[in-house]
Design a protein around this ligand. Structure first.
Ligand code: SF4
Ligand code: MG
Length: 446
């Protein structure tokens, strides 16, 4: 059989008789039939044996997530814009019955949101990778590593939970044995959140310990009064992107275009390499929102941008820090390489910069800008400027970013103006005032 995305040449990491490889091949078939451009497909894997699937789809976007969190990550992917011009991603989540239990609320919330996410729940009745413990979907009486006398707990009706949360599509299919590819394709084509529960065999634990055979597996749904096939298909609610005014894609799997941003204007782009910036200040003083605005300004100018933020668990106190990268090419690594520019605005941020060893870690030709209220460590060369006085505590991060990026000429002023137009109307005047102050007397870079 010819595979489109699935790399059948890779040695399978699965036990003989495991249901996972069959589903992965069926997924490949469904994706090929869906006709969605490769650039828009994203495989999001959870922890578990099926979570080893990423390398089998080498030509697709793949994300391997924390246990139970794959659906939440996928919702974020579905809402974002990969910026490659192809349109929004269609995330396909591969999660086990174990992960579905751990992340049950993420499933519920994604169903409530009607996010453009397709979830394949590989239900082999136990946690496979961790040694065959019982899960939320283990049938009553089944022996597992944690229920050697038989599972005393009734299984959850996952389809009922998803329906109660407003999820519009739920299918249950035995793999192999059912029409797996066609069912996955129907889920992909459903406009909004869709779940396919795949009844699979784990010979190593469900059979060897639990005594479940392939024939018994097929009979489990009926024994619980649950149907096989597409058991719920209701497209009456708009999918999330549409509900947010982001448009709807004709293939039913997501939106393209819409009002998600501005058309990038490459004429505003002047940066010809990757540049990294760190801003550190006090929580609640808009360090992180300034970083996001800078990234939007860079993208409006046709650059690629990433933002990674950090603050203590206790919101509103302590430090707030944002790392940014800007580049003319896609940014594959956002890690803590030497920054070109470090901006420090408050003592909390100063301590965090010291804790991360960032004093003196700037790239060759890089610089450190600190507020005049701060004293730099001995021997560290910095520029000091009255940023808090000039812009106020909540405008200092943005003011400093605009001043420094304008001075370096990474992109034109129009990029900032376009980014401000993306902000909520009630915030724009305040942001425009910061921009005007930061650029007063500056000759625009283009
Ligand atoms: Fe498959 Fe079970 Fe083996 Fe994991 S332990 S690979 S789920 S058969
Ligand atoms: Mg499992």
């Amino acid at each position: 059989m010819t595979h489109v995305y699935f790399d059948a040449s890779r040695p399978a990491p699965y036990c003989p008789g495991c249901g996972h490889p069959h589903v992965l091949r069926a997924l490949d078939e469904a994706l090929a039939l869906a006709g969605i451009p490769r650039e828009r497909l994203a495989i999001v894997t959870d922890i578990g044996c099926v979570g080893l699937a990423d390398p089998f789809f080498p030509s697709l976007h793949t994300v391997h997530t924390l246990h139970g969190r794959s659906v939440a990550v996928a919702v974020g992917l579905a809402l974002g814009d990969p910026g490659n011009g192809a349109g929004p991603l269609v995330p396909i989540v591969l999660i086990g019955d174990g992960g579905a239990g751990i992340g049950l609320l993420h499933l519920v919330h994604a169903a409530q949101l009607n996010a453009e996410v397709k979830v394949l729940v590989h239900n082999n009745l136990i946690y496979g990778m961790t040694g065959g413990q019982h899960s939320l979907l283990t049938p009553p009486g089944m022996k597992t590593a944690t229920t050697p006398g038989g599972c005393p707990v009734p299984p959850l009706d996952l389809g009922g939970v998803i329906a109660a949360a407003g999820g519009g599509f739920y299918a249950r299919v035995v793999a192999p044995g059912g029409d797996v590819a066609a069912t996955i394709l129907a889920a992909i084509r459903h406009p909004g959140f869709a779940v396919v529960e795949l009844m699979e065999l784990c010979p190593t634990f469900a059979t060897a310990v639990g005594g479940i055979t392939g024939k018994e597996l097929k009979g489990i749904p009926a024994s619980r009064g649950l149907a096989l096939g597409i058991v719920r298909q209701d497209a009456s609610r708009p999918p999330l992107r549409e509900a947010l005014g982001l448009g709807r894609h004709p293939d039913g799997s997501g939106a393209v275009g819409g009002e998600s941003g501005v058309e990038p204007e490459p004429a505003w782009r002047h940066l010809d390499r990757t540049a990294r910036v760190v801003v550190a200040g006090r929580a609640g003083e808009r360090v992180q929102s300034a970083a996001v605005l800078a990234a939007q300004a860079a993208m409006a100018a046709g650059l690629h941008a990433t933002v990674r933020t950090d603050n203590p668990v206790t919101q509103g106190t302590g430090f707030s820090l944002a790392e940014m990268a800007f580049a003319p090419e896609p940014i594959g690594y956002i890690g803590p390489a030497s920054p070109d520019l470090v901006i420090v605005l408050a003592p909390e941020g100063q301590r965090e910069i010291a804790a991360r060893g960032l004093w003196g870690a700037t790239a060759p030709g890089g610089g450190i800008l600190i507020d005049t209220t701060l004293e730099p460590p001995e021997g560290v060369s910095v520029q000091r400027r009255d940023l808090r006085g000039k812009y106020g505590p909540k405008g200092a991060a943005l003011g400093a970013l605009v001043e420094e990026i304008e001075a370096r000429g990474w992109w034109s002023l129009q990029g900032w103006e376009a980014a401000i137009r993306l902000q909520p109307r009630e915030r724009r005047a305040e942001l425009e005032a910061v921009l005007a102050r930061a650029t007063a007397g500056v000759i625009p870079s283009a």
